[in-house]
Design a binder for this molecule. Structure first.
Ligand code: XUL
Length: 535
């Protein structure tokens, strides 16, 4: 089918290669959803890779990786499922995708040739088994690169200088620091590396059967890109690893078409040979696109494996202490702010398991049974080494109303403490980076729980909108495919003109001003206690 002309039948496909699963959603030309939603869950659908929550954890508690071959196998499995369900691949005019941010894939010398020659009769898994220098890719949950972070900051003149240049101070999970570690620990493997990809550009590479460029938005999560010029920063490259620029390839703007789908996908699944791929990007950038966050003060909070808070931004103010500035995935000269928490859903689930017998209904009952403000009790639940703020030692820290440490809370207090603590932290760190919420769109698994959202609305003192939008990253990728395709047909068109549809968020929870007032002094106490833990 010829997709170069507008066609009401054309579909736009969005993939999301996230920590725990690979998903796909499709939209029609008019942005309405195409029925269906497809998912491959790594732990259960690809048990041969022995992941837990999609990852492998090292014995040090800091190293976290996942096999890139599993993501490739997941792509075949996903498309197989879609084909079996009758999905009309031939109607797809453009495809884009999303990847968990920061994770890196190390292609071995010669892998480009393998990609270009993919044989439709054999699964990707068989053809790419020898394509990687590192069978395990470091991912965003890894926090094993503190030494490399300090070295980068030292080389570039301190954390604020790194933030000014790259949008964030040096962070353990940021790709450059992971690359530095790999080049130091395994210099031969590093020398054998032909190309380094992010999870997003890796998945795009499979689709186009060639090395795909890293887009500027996901590229902002590497501590390697000049955030204002949107090119690799020579000083950061030099301080990270030898001969790095060639291994990274050039960056692309996020709306650019990067190629057509490889014959492998045409022959095996029935894609049209005209189907184009638009640059893939990170999951948070894609969610920003999926939620159409345009006005400053429009904040989204995604409650998933990681909890993230993000917003569009015109004037970036990179900070050495808080969050990240990324290039916008939808406005070629815009920015987005991002704050990421490693202790998200899994940590809430852990508390639920310990106080509510694994039941969310029971957890909600407990949450309602404790008063807002929790009688002054505050908790820090660090099940995973935390990113915001950087508390790497795991453990639970509980404080009574007089700020003295407590060894345990009652079940009600514990349930409320984990939820209040998470939102107090988000408000504290968002305000410090200049994000002043006007309203919040809540997404991700836990956004289905209205008791959790009520705490969010009261802590921030703004209305919280939530709806049935659990796949904002995959949907954002589908919107970006539509946008990139439109720009490719002629000249650049603003994203908001192509994707003008307001997001349909049904539930609105309005804050109770009396309760918000309670949280003001609590926020100051929370900040002081956090400072104490950091010291
Ligand atoms: C963002 C981050 C996480 C991952 C999760 O900086 O590390 O949100 O993108 O997929």
């Amino acid at each position: 089918m010829d997709h170069t002309n507008p066609n009401s039948q054309s579909l736009f496909l969005g993939l999301d290669c996230s920590t725990q699963s690979l998903k796909a959603v499709a939209i029609n030309s008019d942005l309405t959803p195409f029925p269906g939603e497809w998912n491959v869950h790594y732990d259960t659908d690809l048990p041969g890779y022995h992941t837990e929550g999609g990852v492998h954890r090292g014995p040090d508690g800091l190293t976290v990786t996942a096999p890139p071959l599993m993501w490739a196998a997941a792509l075949d499995r996903l498309f197989d499922r879609m084909r079996k369900s009758g999905f009309p691949f031939e109607l797809v005019a453009a495809i884009s995708g999303s990847g968990q941010q920061h994770g890196s894939v190390y292609w071995r010398k010669g892998a480009q040739r393998l990609l270009r020659r993919l044989n439709p009769d054999l699964p990707l898994r068989d053809q790419l088994a020898s394509a990687f220098v590192m069978d395990e890719s470091p991912i965003w949950m890894d926090s094993s690169t503190t030494a490399q972070c300090r070295a980068l900051e030292k080389a570039l003149g301190g954390p604020q200088a790194v933030a000014e240049l790259t949008g964030s101070r040096a962070y353990e999970r940021f790709t450059g620091n992971q690359i530095a570690k790999i080049s130091q620990m395994w210099p031969e493997r590093y020398a054998q590396t032909e190309r380094i990809a992010l999870v997003s550009s890796f998945m795009a590479s499979l689709l186009i059967g060639d090395y795909a460029p890293i887009d500027v938005s996901d590229g902002s999560g590497m501590n390697l890109m000049d955030i204002r010029q949107r090119v690799w920063a020579p000083a950061a490259l030099k301080a990270t690893a030898p001969a790095l620029e060639k291994k990274l390839g050039s960056l692309t703007l996020s709306h650019r078409v990067i190629g057509t789908v490889h014959n492998y996908f045409v022959r095996r699944y029935g894609f049209s040979s005209n189907c184009v791929a638009v640059a893939f990007s990170g999951d948070n950038p894609n969610s920003l696109a999926g939620l159409l966050l345009r006005e400053s003060g429009d904040v989204a909070i995604s409650l998933g494996t990681s909890d993230t808070l993000f917003a569009s931004l015109r004037e970036p103010k990179p900070s050495a202490s808080e969050g990240h500035i990324l290039a916008s995935p939808i406005e070629p000269d815009g920015y987005m702010a991002l704050i990421c928490y490693k202790n998200g859903s899994l940590t809430r689930e852990d508390v639920r398991n310990s106080v509510a017998a694994r039941s969310w209904t029971r957890f909600s009952e407990l949450l309602r049974a404790a008063p807002p403000g929790n009688g002054g009790h505050i908790g820090f639940f660090i099940k995973e080494p935390e990113i915001t703020p950087p508390i790497l030692r795991t453990g639970i820290h509980r404080f009574g109303p007089d700020d003295t440490p407590r060894s345990a809370f009652s079940p009600e207090t514990e349930a409320r403490a984990v939820v209040e603590g998470q939102f107090l932290s988000m408000r504290l760190h968002a305000e410090r980076i200049g994000i002043c919420a006007r309203s919040i769109l809540a997404t991700g698994g836990a956004s289905a729980n209205s008791d959790i959202l009520r705490v969010m609305a009261d802590v921030f003192g703004v209305p919280v909108h939530a709806g049935d939008q659990p796949n904002s990253a995959a949907l954002g990728a589908a919107y970006r495919a539509r946008h990139g395709w439109e720009c490719h047909r002629g000249s650049f068109v603003p994203f908001s003109e192509v994707v003008a549809k307001p997001v349909d968020f049904a539930t609105v929870i309005t804050p109770n001003p009396a309760i918000t007032a309670l949280y003001e002094p609590m926020l100051r106490r929370y900040a002081a206690l956090e400072e104490r833990l950091l010291n």
